[in-house]
Design a protein around this ligand. Structure first.
Ligand code: SAM
Length: 250
């Protein structure tokens, strides 16, 4: 009983009622970030009409029109509220476009190899989920290793992700001077991480201690990615990284 209640409230520390209430109340503040994500996704060209959507939640930051290009979606989340709220937000448009959606309450990290094997001809989108891995697995070394190994598990697949890279408290930020930053090959190499992260943090007038989500090696260095600022709460910002890896399937 206690476990069911805890799952409803925080879904293992990464979602649940807490997340949904916060997301609902933050819609206006998050709008610039949602627009950046929409712009990024509009430039991605998924190879398949079947999508595996990881960490869908209610799709608070997901543009509905991007979803309607698919004919089939399998959506995965551990949050017991995800299916109902996702359908509330996107269901009508998806039904109108005759898209078939199937929800799975499943740990998409643990079951990833099985999911990929079940759906060999599907594109994959991690929807702001990978930055949460650190909250679920407390061992930093294991988290970094698993996130880094994802690109091997996904080798040959058509996939993308938007995820937290860094987050923390800030002073007042002039949002007009903030823009997304395109990170091209070689600008975010392994040995530049510390300096590069420092410059990102600096651009948001950071103060206090910032949190590293250990996602900086999710993509290999040759994948162009975009860094997107996100005002998660007033005076608490995240840098998100978005990228799409399109390799040929064997
Ligand atoms: C930051 S929320 C983002 C939600 C969604 N993309 C949106 O726009 O509302 C992260 C979501 O990922 C889910 N999640 C985290 N780790 C997961 C995992 N290993 N497998 C499946 N879902 C996971 C959480 O339950 C939560 O709903």
């Amino acid at each position: 009983m206690r476990k069911i209640f805890k799952d409803l409230v925080d879904a293992g520390g990464t979602g649940g009622l807490n997340w949904h209430v916060h997301a609902f109340q933050s819609r206006k503040r998050w709008q610039p970030t949602v627009a950046h994500i929409e712009y990024f996704l509009a430039r991605c060209q998924p190879r398949h009409t079947h999508l595996l959507l990881m960490g869908c939640s209610a799709g608070w930051m997901m543009p509905t029109p991007w979803l309607t290009q698919f004919t089939q979606i399998d959506a995965y989340d551990i949050d017991p509220l995800a299916q109902r709220l996702f359908n509330w937000r996107h269901g009508a448009a998806l039904r109108q476009s005759q898209m078939q959606i199937t929800h799975h309450r499943l740990d998409a990290m643990t079951h990833l190899p099985d999911i990929l094997a079940q759906h060999p001809h599907a594109s994959i989108w991690f929807d702001n989920m990978l930055g949460q891995h650190r909250y679920r697995i407390r061992d930093e070394f294991q988290v970094e290793k698993e996130l880094c190994a994802l690109k091997i598990t996904l080798q040959g697949r058509d996939w993308g992700s938007v995820h937290d890279v860094l987050s923390g408290p800030t002073q007042v930020v002039n949002t007009k001077t903030l823009r997304t930053q395109d990170v091209r090959q070689g600008v975010y190499p392994k040995d530049m991480d510390a300096a590069y992260n420092q410059s990102l943090v600096h651009s948001l007038h950071a103060q206090g201690i910032w949190f590293d989500h250990l996602t900086s090696h999710v993509f290999s260095n040759d994948v162009p990615t975009t860094l997107i600022p996100w005002e998660f709460k007033p005076h608490y910002w995240h840098w998100l990284q978005a990228g799409w890896q399109s390799s040929f399937e064997g």
